[in-house]
Design a binder for this molecule. Structure first.
Ligand code: ADP
Ligand code: MG
Length: 590
């Protein structure tokens, strides 16, 4: 398609672009152009963090000789024709602004040869004005060289960070595109050193390994493609034990475009609900694919955000896929394949890990493959980063050492001693965790103990709660509430979960429906686990309840047996750990 100036009425519909923030923005735009030009090989060279030089070399279709100048005009693009095209954009670019914006604030040289032409064109621009043009021999494809970036915008120049920081931003960008386009070969050279390269063999894991290193790559779960209402979701998500202190490790691509979307990040977090400690975030790379008509990409200056027509479906699709992969795989390490000899992800993973042996930053520690039998699960889990003192223990996130009960404080906290110092345990949160895991296990086994009522009790509910009860009758029955419709808004309650058999059954049932509905409003669905969380919250011992030593010991034993003993089902910590060394430090012994 040839390059044309967009008519003003279309140009006006395009969100104003403020494209060039820092060197990484230039790289982003140039790489996107190479992708749109169907390049199979994209090479990025930078010097001084992009300040002195940014060069992107591709083997794409190139630009016809008589259109090279036009490519640098504002609102000149080969990717859009009519305003209608804006509704189903399949290319990375569409505004025809990037080259014009970059040329305006730098010295730019473009050497390009169009596929159907025998000779290339070289154009040099300074501050947006053409200063030289020549026809010359060139390989097919396009090379854009950007020098003296921000030479005429001192304010921007002043805000540039250290070259190493800018280079890191650039690497971030290039690795993200390598992840999104595994069929293309990417390389990045910084000050003449190769910092990153992919083979283009179609393996996203390869790019993931380059992005986060072998330790992380090894602890990632592969999410196989799953479709929900026209939204395809796949990617990589971390085992819950591998987590970070902020969201910057949550990456999202929509139709191969790297975007930021807080709502979808929330959907991912929702899927991890109860598995992560509070204020901790997973490492995720989630790809969404859907009909381009259903995504508006023209809403943000740097195209970093999109808008969905069916936002709810997209939310659910992401949450379901992530949850499904976690439930299915967080338990069963994919590394099993190594032993059974089934070729698959584990094999690729191992060969990649071995290939990564010579890479900088690759330590012996991360090469503990294959895992010792019987202890595989624990070995797979990468220890979390150090947490602030007085918070969760920094050791293994998922298991507890043997603890000895010392006593109770404020009728709310259990004091226990372990090999590595003191543990303060929130009795309510801990009990919630115990009950939650027990109930989920009972549910998986098909039977949640219930207490039948001597006489069925009629319960009249508000319309909202009645609708919920009606719709979720099966789920309620699974967890011990057997109900039967009995006139408008009224149900006969025949049983309650055994763990809630104390107290007024009618009140219990209504309260539970209410808290389930509350949670449902936050999450936009009535997932069964939310019901279980509500039940456990109500059934757990309360703060302020005095416990005997025997009761506390029993609770600690049960907590030790939990899979995620360190957080309650709502994600709050169940305990605070004060290490022996911390105590020694506080007392000035060290
Ligand atoms: P946009 O990508 O939004 O169309 P740009 O300013 O980035 O706008 O590029 C303008 C036009 O220049 C593109 O539409 C494309 O036709 C052409 N172009 C830019 N870079 C390349 C490249 N690497 N290979 C081929 N054509 C390119
Ligand atoms: Mg572009």
């Amino acid at each position: 398609m040839s390059i044309r100036l967009l008519p003003p009425e279309i140009a006006g519909k395009i969100a104003a672009g403020e494209v060039v923030e820092r060197p990484a923005s230039v790289v982003k735009e140039l790489v996107e152009n190479s992708i749109d030009a169907e390049a199979t090989e994209i090479r990025v060279e930078i010097a001084d963090g992009g300040r002195r030089l940014i060069r992107v070399i591709d083997d794409g279709v190139g630009i016809p000789a008589d259109e090279v100048e036009l490519a640098f005009a504002r609102h000149a693009t080969s990717k859009l024709r009519t305003a209608d095209d804006l509704h189903h954009i399949q290319t990375m670019g569409f505004r025809g602004e990037a080259l014009a914006s970059i040329a305006a604030i730098a010295h730019v040289t473009m050497l390009t040869r169009y596929v159907d032409e025998a000779i290339g064109t070289q154009l040099r621009l300074v501050g947006g004005a053409v200063v030289a043009r020549e026809r010359r021999g060139a390989p097919p494809g396009t090379t854009v060289t950007v020098e003296h970036l921000f030479y005429n915008t001192p304010a921007r120049l002043k805000f540039l960070r250290q070259p190493a920081t800018e280079a890191a931003h650039i690497q971030n960008v290039v690795t993200r595109y390598a992840l999104a386009f595994p069929q293309r070969r990417f390389s990045l050279l910084s000050d003449n050193k190769l910092v990153f390269q992919t083979t283009g063999a179609g393996d996203r894991l390869e790019a993931l390994l380059k992005l986060y290193g072998p330790d992380v790559a090894r602890a990632m779960i592969t999410m196989e493609p799953q479709e929900y209402r026209g939204v395809r979701v796949y990617g990589f998500i971390s085992q819950p034990a591998l987590n970070r202190a902020n969201r910057s490790y949550m990456t999202l691509f929509v139709n191969s475009r790297w975007v930021h979307d807080n709502t979808l990040n929330y959907a991912v977090l929702q899927a991890y609900h109860t598995l992560l400690p509070q204020k901790r975030y997973p490492i995720t790379v989630v790809f969404l694919e859907m009909d381009p008509e259903l995504v508006d990409v023209n809403v943000h200056p740097t195209k970093a955000e999109v808008r969905f027509q069916n936002a709810r479906d997209v939310f659910r699709a992401v949450e379901r896929a992530v949850r499904g992969a976690l439930v299915a795989q967080a338990d069963v390490p994919t590394i099993e394949h190594l032993e059974t000899g089934v070729p698959g992800w584990a094999h690729r993973r191992q060969s990649l890990l071995e290939a990564g042996r010579d890479e900088p930053g690759f330590t012996q520690e991360s090469m503990r493959l294959p895992f010792p039998a019987g202890d595989r699960h624990r070995d797979l889990q990468v220890p979390p980063q150090r947490l602030p003192s007085g918070h969760l223990p920094e050791a293994d996130e998922t298991s507890l050492p043997m603890l000895r009960v010392v006593g109770q404080v404020s009728a709310s906290y259990i004091v226990a001693e372990g090999p590595e110092g003191i543990f303060l345990i929130d009795q309510h949160a801990a009990h919630e965790r115990i009950l939650y895991e027990r109930m989920m296990a009972q549910r998986a086994g098909g039977e949640v103990p219930r207490q039948s009522l001597l006489e069925p009790i009629p319960v009249t509910l508000s319309p909202v709660l009645a609708a919920l009860a009606e719709r979720e009758r099966d789920a309620l029955a699974h967890f011990g509430f057997e109900i039967e419709p009995f006139g408008p808004g009224t149900f006969l309650l025949r049983s309650v979960p055994a763990i809630l058999s104390r107290g007024d059954p009618r009140q219990t049932f209504e309260d539970l429906l209410q808290s389930w509905e509350d949670e449902r409003n936050r999450v936009a669905q009535a997932e069964e686990e939310a019901l279980v969380r509500s039940i456990c919250k109500r059934a757990a011992v309360k703060a302020g309840q005095v416990l005997s030593t025997a009761e506390m010991e029993e609770m600690i034993r049960q907590l030790e047996a939990c899979r995620s003993p360190r957080t309650c089902p709502h994600g709050r910590p169940t305990m605070i750990h004060i290490s022996a060394s911390q105590l020694a430090r506080e007392f000035g012994r060290r």
